[in-house]
Design a protein around this ligand. Sequence first.
Ligand SMILES: O=P(O)(O)OC[C@H]1O[C@H](OP(=O)(O)OP(=O)(O)O)[C@H](O)[C@@H]1O
Ligand SMILES: Nc1ncnc2[nH]cnc12
Length: 183
Amino acid sequence: MADVDFIKEHLTSHLDFPKKGIVFLDIFPILRNPLAFETLITHLLQHITSHTIGLSPTKNVDVVVGLDARGFLIGPILALRLGAAFVPVRKAGKLPGTCISASYQKEYGVDSFEMQADAIKPGQAVVVVDDLLATGGSAHAAGELVAKQGGKTLEYLFIIELMFLKGSAALDAPVYSIVQSDD
Ligand SMILES: O=P(O)(O)OC[C@H]1O[C@H](OP(=O)(O)OP(=O)(O)O)[C@H](O)[C@@H]1O
Ligand SMILES: Nc1ncnc2[nH]cnc12
């Protein structure tokens, strides 16, 4: 698809960042180009509204959950255009008020995520968005936080999926990624 190729052209890779042996895929060149950024957002919205299982003409996405930090660049825009709430999942210690937490292992370390305790209401339909799926640890922890509040994750959305890490196997809902990387 032309739009996928156009998005792909704006990804760059950085060997040995942030640690030796990691090939870091950078999405920021997409955001530097307004047409590429618009293409990305339109692609994801088109996917959500026409393919996300659990949606129908009468059933909408209630909440877009975005992961700290690069999920914050995409999630709020999707939420606004869908007429949905945006809820951040942040690294531990960054959110005020009562929070729920979940810890996770990622491609290069251990971390803990938090969500504000009243952010999602039982039964709400949720999509979780981030820039990249690696081991699935981060997205799994986010899904755990959604489930703890009684939300229903319909789908996990990413710009890039590192296929060799098989992160989608860790998740409790379908995964959609625009670009699949094998190395
Ligand atoms: O599937 P996983 O193995 O959990 O890895 C994916 C996560 O790793 C990266 O974020 P990172 O933890 O580097 O944090 P940052 O966004 O604050 O840089 C990326 O943006 C995802 O959130
Ligand atoms: N290889 C990678 N590139 C960018 N972000 C990542 N997060 C985890 N692994 C990553």
